[in-house]
Design a protein around this ligand. Structure first.
Ligand code: 3PG
Length: 311
């Protein structure tokens, strides 16, 4: 059966990845419809009308989008986090939703180290910084991304700690990190790296109490979601603790109050990427994009539902 797959990416994939996605889709005798770098939601609402499947990134798939998507059977988030998809609304329309876990992991891990080094070397301003060797990093969440960061941390000679409510302590130990028994316990270490999804439970959960507890030079690394951090608390901590650093790939909408809090230390104590950059590599785009296309073909041709998400 001829199917149409919509690639709807407000932040476009690398051209090479799009070519590879197109090959997978063509091989199945489907058509790929592209909506890349779109500027308004109306463009998305118009594009979904006649498609059977969708590949998205952080693009919002809510009730309004689903209302227009009369033929849609499956939406695949090329990436890990799926807080941008209204799963309940999908379920109500019997639309399958999936993600592609792990495909971005190495790209995010390398960015974590990029930000740590820029910060440790004072944004390359010529003054003496410090080395990462022998320092401690604690992971909140120990899924694919955290494990990829841990692997690099081992190479840097760092010591890893981890807490994950869904992974038993002995498994964490087996993977080479020291298990920590609570979220609060993570904040006894110099670096804390967030690798949890945005949920009702994690929203604004990283607060002043936790951040003030961090040892000297305490640094929070956020490559998860902005909303996991309590914004007003973060700004206050940046103001009151002049040793504290926030390295964040998920720039909040308004960065000015954060910048005001650190003064001229933007780029060292405070790092924000221009757009979310963790998954912006040729390799991650290839991995996640091709996985998404394959999952769509597998779903239609073989009824495969591995990686489907529950509301
Ligand atoms: C993810 O959850 O996979 C990352 O946040 C990547 O998001 P992006 O595809 O919008 O860059």
């Amino acid at each position: 059966k001829a199917r149409t797959v919509l690639l709807a990416t407000e932040k476009a994939f690398a051209a090479g990845a799009v070519g590879k996605i197109e090959s997978v889709v063509k091989e199945a005798n489907y058509t790929l419809k592209k909506l890349e770098n779109y500027k308004s939601k109306d463009d998305l609402l118009a594009a979904v009308a006649d498609v059977d499947a969708m590949i998205i990134r952080s693009d919002i798939v809510d009730q309004a989008v689903l209302d227009k998507a009369d033929k849609l059977k499956i939406v695949v988030r090329a990436g890990a986090g799926y807080d941008n998809i209204d799963l309940k609304a999908c379920e109500a329309k019997s639309i399958t939703a999936m993600n592609t876990p792990g495909q971005n992991a190495n790209a995010v891990a390398e960015l974590v180290f990029g930000m740590m080094i820029v910060s440790a070397r004072n944004n390359f301003d010529g003054t003496s910084g410090f080395e990462l060797v022998n320092r401690e990093i604690a992971f909140y969440g120990f899924g694919a991304v955290a494990r990829a960061v841990h692997k690099l941390a081992v190479g840097f000679g760092m010591k890893s700690f981890a807490y994950d409510p869904y992974i038993p302590a002995d498994k964490i130990k087996e993977m080479g990190a020291e298990p920590v028994s609570s979220v609060a316990g993570l904040f006894d270490h110099q670096y804390v790296s967030l690798h949890v999804p945005l949920t009702d439970e994690t929203k604004a959960s990283i607060n002043k109490e936790l951040l003030m507890k961090m040892p000297k030079g305490g640094s929070l690394i956020n490559t998860a979601r902005t909303e996991v951090v309590h914004e007003a608390d973060m700004i206050e901590v940046l103001k009151t603790r002049t040793d504290f650093c926030y390295l964040c790939d998920v720039a909040p909408k308004d960065i000015e109050p954060y910048k005001a809090a650190v003064g001229d230390k933007y780029g060292k104590r405070l790092i924000f990427t221009k757009k979310k950059m963790g998954a912006q590599t040729a390799e991650a785009n290839d991995n996640a994009g091709v996985a998404a296309a394959n999952q769509i073909v597998g779903f239609f041709e073989k009824g495969e539902t591995r990686f489907s998400l529950k509301a």
